[in-house]
Design a protein around this ligand. Structure first.
Ligand code: PEP
Length: 256
């Protein structure tokens, strides 16, 4: 299976941005700009904007995702949101294990694994983030770090289920810093991830999984990154907050 038969996914990660009026304006501006996309278009918004986003994108090609999900179904977990709570309002995707959650909120590979399995059980499509710190890259252990994350984050996830997952390779040093991995660096690690999936699940499954790059992807650099064989889309932070920039990336994925 080749890149052109895998599903390209361009997903915006709004992080902790956009009040409801701001979210409405951004979605309104985005809708006509991405309506002819040849890839999957996803916006992952703060919890408070999810229902608005689902309502406003009904009947369009834009899918809605959350930025996190808890692994238990219900109970005494103050401040948390379950997978069923997301699906009941029409959310389809969820970002899991973003480096900001790993860095600032104690997310571990074990909790990423639990969240991934909970999301899959509820019918959500997880976008699971992996990636190395700058120090780890400098120590030449990027593959060791990312390989370990793939193994642990997808522990006990079946071959059928992994095909429903999107893997976002996000070098931590490139997120929100303006420093993008070169297309060659990004392709090298995305190809490594596919090889790791082939070890774990076999080549057919590995070829079917969407692997994104994320880290300061923007309207200017998207086309080159997305032209690479193993880069099937992007997880976009800053540039997803401006409709024309996000639409330019969607266009690059459509062409790439
Ligand atoms: C992200 O938040 O996943 C991300 C890649 O952010 P940015 O595009 O701003 O680097």
């Amino acid at each position: 299976m080749k890149k052109n038969v895998r599903k390209a996914v361009i997903a915006g990660n709004w992080k902790m941005n956009k009040t409801r009026p701001e979210a409405k304006a951004l979605i309104e501006a985005m809708k006509p700009l991405v309506s002819d996309a040849g890839c999957e278009v996803v916006i992952c918004t703060p919890y408070t904007n999810l229902e608005t986003a689902v309502e406003m994108t009904e009947g369009t090609n834009i899918k809605v995702g959350a930025e996190n999900v808890h692994f238990e179904k219900s109970g005494a977990f103050t401040g948390e949101i379950s997978a069923d709570m997301l699906t009941e309002i029409g959310v389809e995707y969820v970002i899991i294990g973003h480096s900001e959650r790993r860095q600032y909120f104690g997310e571990t590979d074990e909790t990423v694994n639990k969240r991934t399995k909970a999301a899959l059980s509820a019918g959500l499509k997880p976008i699971v983030c992996v990636g190395e710190l700058l120090w780890e890259r400098e120590c030449n252990i990027t593959e060791e770090v990312v390989g370990r994350q793939i193994k642990l984050d997808f522990y006990d996830v079946s071959a059928e289920d992994i095909k429903k997952c999107v893997i976002a390779y996000e070098p931590v040093w490139a997120i929100g810093t303006g420093k993008t991995a070169t297309a060659e660096q990004a392709e090298e690690v995305c190809a490594f991830i596919r090889g790791k999936l082939a070890d774990l699940y076999g080549n057919d499954v590995a070829q079917a999984v969407t692997v994104q790059y994320g880290g300061s992807m923007n309207a200017g650099n998207a086309a080159e990154l997305l032209s690479k064989e193993n880069i099937d889309g992007g997880l976009i932070g800053g540039a997803s907050l401006k409709a024309p920039d996000f639409a330019e990336i969607v266009k690059a994925a459509t062409n790439g």
